[in-house]
Ligand binder design. Structure first.
Ligand code: HQG
Length: 183
């Protein structure tokens, strides 16, 4: 089991546990949980062996803590980032810090300044407490822009925030008026 194998399995898990469980005949409940046995069987049918050691290496070794395993050890889920329509994860509502960051790419800015931040295919807009995290998120799509959000003003206006188990902040959308000009 090398790091390349772990990364590749992590990408596979992100795909099936967030976006396309049906691609391996898997069902997610509304909280995003899948049976580990069913996941292993579905993967095996595609010639992919995901044994328990590999699964644990992916879950524990993941730098972003993307996945969690249930207390009874029988189920697994992605903690955020879903687009699968059957999932409606009930994240805990929480008061955000005064400022949150969102990393995006320069080419999206015109549309963002016109429409605010929208969740796209995922269920939420993803935000972070650190500028550095936002920068690495933005870099995935090209030349990055880091947006500062007036999270305290949004919260005072009644907009809800949630924090996933891995610390990622989530909200439904960010209207333009709460976006601060990139510095
Ligand atoms: C952009 C990764 C045009 C938005 C990361 C983003 C994150 C708009 C893209 C997590 C827009 C959606 C999520 C608008 C937003 N017009 N573009 N009005 N509003 N956008 O991948 O936040 O590695 O769904 O800026 O680390 O980039 O997968 O969201 O560029 O935490 O665990 O539309 O995914 O985590 O892209 O990334 P995404 P994201 P993982």
């Amino acid at each position: 089991m090398n790091s390349k194998h772990i990364t590749e399995t992590s990408k596979f898990l992100s795909f099936v546990l967030r976006h396309s469980p049906e691609s391996i005949g898997l069902e997610l409940d509304s909280e995003g949980w899948a049976s580990i046995g069913d996941l292993q069987n579905g993967a095996r049918q595609q010639g992919r062996e995901v044994d328990s050691d590999l699964l644990l290496a992916v879950v524990d070794g993941n730098e972003k803590k993307r996945f969690s395993i249930s207390d009874d050890g029988l189920r697994i889920r992605a903690v955020q980032g879903h687009s699968a329509p059957t999932v409606n994860l009930q994240h805990v509502e929480k008061k955000p810090p005064a400022v949150l960051y969102h990393g995006t790419a320069t080419r999206f800015m015109k549309s963002i300044l016109a429409q605010g931040l929208l969740p796209g295919a995922r269920h939420h807009v993803h935000l972070s407490e650190s500028r550095e995290t936002a920068e690495s998120v933005g870099k995935r799509y090209g030349s990055p822009v880091i947006l500062e959000l007036k999270a305290d003003a949004m919260y005072s206006a009644g907009i809800k925030f949630y924090q996933a188990d891995n610390g990622v902040w989530l909200t439904d959308a960010v209207p333009c008026e709460f976006l601060m000009e990139p510095k």
